[in-house]
Design a protein around this ligand. Sequence first.
Ligand SMILES: [Zn+2]
Length: 467
Amino acid sequence: MRVRFLGAAQTVTGSMHLLEAPRATVLLDCGLFQGPRRETFDRNRNLPFDPRTLDAVVLSHAHIDHSGALPMLPSRGFHGTIFCTPATRDLCAVMLEDAAMVQEADARFLNKQIERGLLHGDPIEPLYGDNDVINMLETMIAVPYHRWFEVAHGVRARFLDAGHVLGSAIVELDVRDGATTKRVVFSGDVGRRSMPILRDPEIPERADLLLMESTYGDRVHPARQEMDAALADVVRRTVERGGKVIVPTFALERAQEIILSLKSLTLSGAIPTVPVIVDSPLAVKITEVFRMHPDCYDEELHRRLRADGSPFDFDSLRYVASPDESKRISADRSPMVILAGSGMCESGRVLHHLRVAVEETENTVVIVGFQAPHTLGRRLVEKRTKVRIFGVERDRRCDVVVLNGFSAHAGQDELVGLVRGMREKGGVGRIALVHGEPGPQRVLSQKLAAIGQEDILAPERGDALEL
Ligand SMILES: [Zn+2]
């Protein structure tokens, strides 16, 4: 048997790995690569495998860089089944519908630029539309955590809690090869311990091959508890000088966690009561999916539910769906906190808010998630003095604060902890580091070697590993 690394190899987006078992071919994740628009389109359009040859897909979680290419499969001859957890399926229904809309908007934007002669090349077709998403959903089967299920001939799998986003899973796969069975574990994205809302990541028993994410392989995150204080500090400071706080946020998980934080900070008086705006039709829909899945909550959230009612509502919080209201809010200069997507500031309503806010010194942009290279979000993290928004170069005078502790990804210590835990239980044969940039992967490899782990690789895109 063989594993081919087709995406998120020495980079963090486009998660996609092909398991070529003796009697079946199974794809692990089918994500979109995210980066500069044009390169992204070309790369995502050309799938690095033939969907007709796939028996099944096992999806770790609903983030677009893991699930976003799935709707391309049915129209390209895929006749298998996509397996994921129930919450992941529900999230995919809303997130991929939204992704189809973003595809169409992106294609329109690029085609306009091509028409005006600002870009060269052939006109661009969206990668998929609504119908493709619906066809894909018809091939999805949801399986709860902790149950072994048959994926394809000679391959069975089980989902464990990954603690990363609602429904996220670490996937254990048993692959039969003649008389022997090999255990492959795919970490998906690993979450953090003691985060609000979700249960902690579980430690799998053992693996002959562990495909492990390495996004923050070089960094230890501040404790989550310190983050509430840091967020309170930024909000207080900004409101005192009459500014707005803009939080570009992924609509999934981060948004709900920040809503939860702002709720407790407001209720406890740690921040002044100012309007908290969730300006994202997607975040509104996703929050609904969260309400439907108390089966994924941790004990702390169940406790808070009993004490303060719905975790995702409070008096000064407003969910905004209509574009007109969104425009009124960007024009309004009074102090407030705005959560809007996209998380890396590449598209979505956050761009309208940033366009108005970046040039004013009283405002603050709070970065709470990973920002891929070449995105506007990364440029803000780098505190560049000039940033381009909607094709216009603007002076960045607003403050930028990075709060890494809100990350939904395990830090270095937590990744090492996962491997240590597995070594104590049943052992880890080889490790293939995926979903990380080369720098963090090097540092993490050294840390893993220091606890005695051997056979650590960081495959490049296209590499194959025989097992
Ligand atoms: Zn993720």
